[in-house]
Design a protein around this ligand. Structure first.
Ligand SMILES: Cc1cc2nc3c(=O)[nH]c(=O)nc-3n(C[C@H](O)[C@H](O)[C@H](O)COP(=O)(O)OP(=O)(O)OC[C@H]3O[C@@H](n4cnc5c(N)ncnc54)[C@H](O)[C@@H]3O)c2cc1C
Length: 474
């Protein structure tokens, strides 16, 4: 067994995504010696953060890439709405306020911003986009961290944390014990732990295990090992293990790391049927950015956890095309054959839908008056008949973005045991995001939380390490 002498490291950071890197940079800037342990090899470093595109920012006046204003109160109300009140106001407002000023610090470490893409997401006012995406962001942070002297180890998955009465002593990577004066855990959720997902989703009435048919949109390395370890250690938890952000993605997406380009964004422009060729939900309920995150769960509830998004030629050019071309046919029968669904049932469903369409003035930028009449389930907006070939179809499956279960924290990002904050164990990012985002989602808030609490955790860990040192000397 190799043992490192306690005190060789001031701050140990576990994880290698946005939250971990923010923590490592802040701790190093505060003068601490920092070691960062990333489970992934170098080429896969950066976790889900490397798949991101933007962070949500409050601002009271236009700021470089951000238009108009997005005041604190509006951001807070947005968060309140999507979480249905499952949020801690003090912590949420802390993250919101930080988001107005953190970008100068991000720029200092090499992150650049660009205006938002125009199109359906309407994010130019609220979200600052990373030039080169999340991959460029994590690369910039790694470069800056190395230049500042943060030690980085790849392929170093922590599988155990050693605690003494709520005080962090060491982390274990296999049989190697790594001691430190303080620790920040930022190792993501448990979305890549397929067994845990299976347990959380359970078995349905058809005897299926829905989670077996899920894809993981991000990294394969977020297996929730530290979350489990903290549950076992009696840390205070927050959030429901069965809740996850779950999107309908292309059924041909890879099991891991498909990222954003496998999302299918034409649902509101057509209809969605299950494998029995039946519609099952209002495709036009609300604007797509407000609805895409419910479709993963809706598809997960269908037999075989599969759905089919069907459009006709009128939808072309009205949505971001997915990376894989869809099935394409000049007749509905041929499309059904290509998708492997019953032809007669499919044609019947489309004809019934077409007959029910009450076409007004189609406008995809407002909740228009095109809707169905006498159909169940109704399509309440953007209902145009599917009648113009070529017809297209995309098979959909649930894609998990992240899980919501996390560790309870205070404004210092300290881990709690029976309501008592640990003096030297902190947590950031997805591992604690549930304090702010108990359920639901609003685009860009994951990176807001990770950046804010990563920075807070890093600063407090450095302070805790200094304090630990002065106690040791005294
Ligand atoms: C496809 C996709 C697109 C997204 N787009 C956006 C977006 O545009 N804006 C936004 O705000 N959010 C977005 N999100 C959500 C966002 O990715 C997360 O909120 C954020 O990245 C979480 O950061 P994190 O540092 O906590 O976790 P991660 O970035 O996932 O980092 C976790 C790290 O921990 C490491 N790790 C895991 N277990 C261990 C262990 N035992 N030991 C050591 N290391 C370990 C992993 O390898 C990884 O490096 C997106 C997510 C996905 C999947």
């Amino acid at each position: 067994m190799k043992e490192k002498h306690p005190g060789t490291v001031d701050v140990l950071v576990i994880g290698g995504g946005n939250a971990a890197l923010c923590a490592a940079l802040m701790a190093r800037e505060a003068g601490a010696s920092v070691l960062l342990l990333e489970a992934a090899p170098r080429e896969w470093r950066g976790g889900n953060s490397s798949h991101t595109r933007n962070l949500r920012c409050m601002h009271d006046a236009p700021q470089d890439v951000l238009t108009e204003r997005y005041p604190e109160e509006e951001f807070w109300q947005d968060l309140l709405k999507v979480t249905g009140g499952m949020t801690n106001e003090k912590l949420a407002r802390l993250a919101i306020r930080e988001s107005s000023s953190c970008r100068d610090w991000m720029r200092k470490h090499g992150v650049n911003f660009q205006p938002s893409l125009s199109g359906t997401l309407h994010l130019s006012r609220t979200n600052a986009f990373f030039m080169g995406g999340g991959k460029a962001l994590v690369n910039a942070y790694y470069r800056s961290a190395e230049a500042l002297g943060v030690r980085i180890r790849y392929e170093a998955p922590v599988d155990r944390i050693e605690l003494e009465n709520g005080v962090f002593r060491a982390a274990w990577v296999g049989d190697e014990r790594i001691a430190a004066r303080a620790c920040v855990m930022a190792a993501g959720g448990f979305e890549s732990n397929r067994e845990w997902l299976r347990e959380a989703w359970g078995q349905n009435e058809n005897g299926e295990w829905p989670a077996d048919n899920f894809a993981i949109r991000g990294t394969r390395f977020n297996r929730g090992v530290l979350l489990k370890a903290m549950i076992d250690a009696g840390a205070d938890m927050i959030g429901d293990p069965s809740q996850s952000h779950c999107v309908a993605i292309d059924a041909r997406a890879p099991l891991y790391d498909g990222g954003i380009c496998t999302r299918i964004d034409c649902v509101s422009l057509g209809i969605v049927v299950n494998k029995h060729a039946e519609r099952f939900y209002d495709e036009g309920e609300d604007f797509w950015p407000k609805r895409y995150a419910i479709w993963g769960r809706l598809v997960a509830q269908q037999p075989g956890q599969i759905g089919f998004s069907i459009i006709d030629a009128k939808a072309n050019g009205r949505f971001m095309p997915p990376v894989f071309p869809g099935a394409k046919a000049d007749t509905l029968e041929e499309l059904a054959r290509q998708l492997g669904i019953d032809e007669a049932a499919f044609v019947r469903t489309v004809r019934e839908y077409n007959a029910a369409c009450h076409v007004g003035t189609f406008d995809h930028t407002v909740q228009d008056d095109c809707h169905t009449e006498g159909l169940s389930p109704a399509k309440t907006h953007w209902a145009l008949p599917i009648d113009t070939p070529p017809f297209r179809g995309y098979a959909l499956k649930p894609g998990i973005t992240f899980t919501y279960l996390g560790l309870k924290v205070n404004e210092q990002a300290a881990v709690h045991f029976s309501d008592v904050p640990s003096p030297n164990l902190f947590v950031a990012g997805e591992m604690m995001a549930g304090n702010v985002l108990g359920k639901g989602y609003t685009a860009g808030v994951g990176m807001t939380i990770g950046t804010t609490f990563g920075r807070i955790a890093g600063a407090h860990a450095a302070a805790a390490a200094r304090q630990g040192e002065s106690h040791a000397i005294a």
